[in-house]
Write a protein that binds this ligand. Structure first.
Ligand code: NAD
Ligand code: DAU
Length: 356
C-alpha cells in the first residue's frame, strides 16, 4: 500500500502549490491537508483551480502553533508530513534574520515534536509503522563552490546567509530527531527552482515582470554568479519519490546539472520575451548592474548521482523548454502578476532596490 494521506505545509507558496497540483494530477485517491500561514508569499490564487476538489483541504495556520499541528496530526492521521513552509528569500533574511529563525527553525522543531508526540511510543521506543517526516531543504546549506566540483550529500554544511543558516539549522534538528529518537525522516536539498506561481522577488519572475514594463533589470554585482536551475515540476516529482521510496534517515540532493551564470538567465529572458511580444524595447539596454548582495554565494552546483542511482529520478525538463513554459505561463497570467505586485510589493521593491 502506498502513501495516501499527506500533511503538507507552506503549499500556498511557489513550490508547494506546484506540488499539490502534481500530486492531485498523478494520484486519484491521494489526500492532502495543506497548512499555510499565508505570509506575503502564500497565495490562495495559486490553488484557486482546485476549489471543490475534496482531496485537498486548506488550513490557514502556523507550523509553529503546537495545538493546531497536534490537532491536525490527530484528525487527518497523515502517512507523511512534508515541510515546505519557510521564509525563502535570501535578501529578506539579510534584513530580518529573526523572522527566519522563528519560521524556519522553531517552526520545524515544533513540527518534529508534534510528530514525535503523535507517532512515538516512548515506553516501547517504537514508531507507528508507515510514517515519515520529509524536510524540504536547499543546496544553499552547503555554502558556495569555487569554479570546480559539486555538492554531494556528504559535503559539510557551511551556510553563509541568515536564510541558509536557518535552513541548515532546521536540517540539523531533523537529523537529531532521527539520531536521538529513531524518527523516520528524509531531507531533500534542491537547487534553484523556476516555473509557474513563483513570487516576483525571485530572479526569473522579477525579470519577466520588469522587462514587460520596460523597467530596469537589476543584476547584483558582475552577474557571473552561477545557479543550477531546475524546473519546479521536476523537483515535485523528486519529492514524491523520496517520500515514497527514500531510505529512512537519508539526505537526497536534487538538481539537474543546469548551471548558468545569472547574466545568461537575464539575456535569455530578454530574448524570449522580445520575440514572444514582438517588443524591441525589451533589450539588453535594460540591464543595470547594482550593488552586490551581502555575502553573495558565487556558485552552486548539485551532484544528483545518489537520487538517480537509488530512486531513478532525473530532470525531465531541459532549461530551453522550461524557460519557455515559464514565460508563457506568466504571459498568460497577467492578473496573477497584477495581484501579487499590488500593495506591499511596491514598498518591498522600493526598500530593496532604491539607491542600490
Ligand atoms: P515560498 O516563499 O514561495 O513559499 C513559502 C510558503 O510557506 C508560503 O506559502 C508561506 O505563506 C508559507 N509559510 C511561511 N512561514 C510559515 C509558517 N510559519 N507556517 C506556515 N506556513 C508558512 O517558498 P518556495 O520557494 O515555494 O520554497 C518552499 C520550500 O522549498 C522552502 O522550504 C525553501 O527553503 C525550499 N527550497 C526552495 C527553492 C527555490 O528555488 N525556491 C529551492 C530549494 C528549496
Ligand atoms: O538554491 C536554492 C535557493 O534558490 C532556495 O533555497 C531559495 O529559497 C531561493 O530563493 C533561491 O535562492 P537564490 O538567492 O539563489 O535566488 P534568487 O532568485 O533570489 O537569486 C538568484 C540569483 O540572482 C542570485 O545569484 C542573486 C541574483 N539576483 C537576484 C535578484 C532577485 C540578481 O542579480 N538580481 C535580483 O534582482
Amino acid at each position: 500500500m502506498g502513501m495516501k494521506t499527506f500533511l503538507v505545509t507552506g503549499c500556498a507558496g511557489f513550490i508547494g502549490s506546484n506540488f499539490v497540483h502534481y500530486m492531485l494530477d498523478k494520484y486519484p485517491d491521494v489526500r492532502l491537508v495543506n497548512l499555510d500561514k499565508l505570509t506575503y508569499a502564500g497565495n490562495l490564487e495559486n490553488l484557486a483551480d482546485l476549489e471543490g476538489d475534496a482531496r485537498h483541504t486548506f488550513v490557514q495556520g502556523d507550523i509553529g502553533d503546537a495545538a493546531l499541528v497536534a490537532e491536525l496530526l490527530k484528525t487527518c492521521d497523515p502517512d507523511c508530513v512534508i515541510n515546505f513552509a519557510a521564509e525563502s528569500h535570501v535578501d529578506r533574511s539579510i534584513k530580518n534574520p529573526e523572522l527566519f529563525v522563528q519560521n524556519n527553525v522553531e517552526g520545524t522543531v515544533n513540527l518534529l515534536q508534534r510528530c514525535k508526540d503523535a507517532w512515538y511510543d516512548a515506553g516501547a521506543k517504537t514508531w507507528k509503522t508507515g510514517k515519515k517526516f520529509l524536510q524540504v531543504s536547499t543546496d544553499e546549506v552547503y555554502g558556495a563552490l569555487g569554479p570546480e566540483g559539486y555538492f554531494t550529500e556528504s559535503t559539510p554544511l557551511c551556510p553563509h546567509s541568515p536564510y541558509s543558516a536557518s535552513k541548515a539549522s532546521a536540517d540539523l534538528f531533523v537529523m537529531a530527531f532521527h539520531d536521538t529518537y529513531g524518527m523516520p525522516v528524509n531531507i531533500t536539498r534542491c537547487s534553484n527552482n523556476y516555473g509557474p506561481y513563483q513570487f516576483p522577488e525571485k530572479l526569473i519572475p522579477l525579470l519577466i515582470n520588469n522587462a514587460k514594463q520596460h523597467k530596469t533589470l537589476p543584476v547584483y554585482g558582475d552577474g557571473m554568479q552561477v545557479r543550477d536551475w531546475l524546473y519546479v515540476m521536476d523537483h515535485c516529482k523528486a519529492i514524491d519519490m523520496v517520500a515514497r521510496a527514500g531510505k529512512v534517515g537519508e539526505v537526497y540532493n536534487i538538481g539537474g546539472h543546469n548551471e548558468r551564470p545569472n547574466l545568461f538567465i537575464v539575456k535569455t529572458v530578454i530574448a524570449q520575451l522580445r520575440e514572444r511580444l514582438g517588443d524591441e524595447a525589451i533589450s539588453e539596454a535594460l540591464i543595470t548592474h547594482v550593488t552586490d548582495r551581502l555575502g553573495h554565494d558565487r556558485r552552486y552546483g548539485i551532484d544528483p548521482t545518489k537520487i538517480k542511482n537509488d530512486l531513478g529520478w532525473y530532470p525531465e525538463t531541459p532549461f530551453e523548454k522550461g524557460i519557455v513554459l515559464t514565460i508563457d505561463w506568466y504571459l498568460g497570467h497577467e492578473d496573477w502578476m497584477a495581484h501579487v505586485t499590488s500593495g506591499d510589493y511596491q514598498k518591498y521593491y522600493e526598500q530593496m532596490y532604491k539607491n542600490r
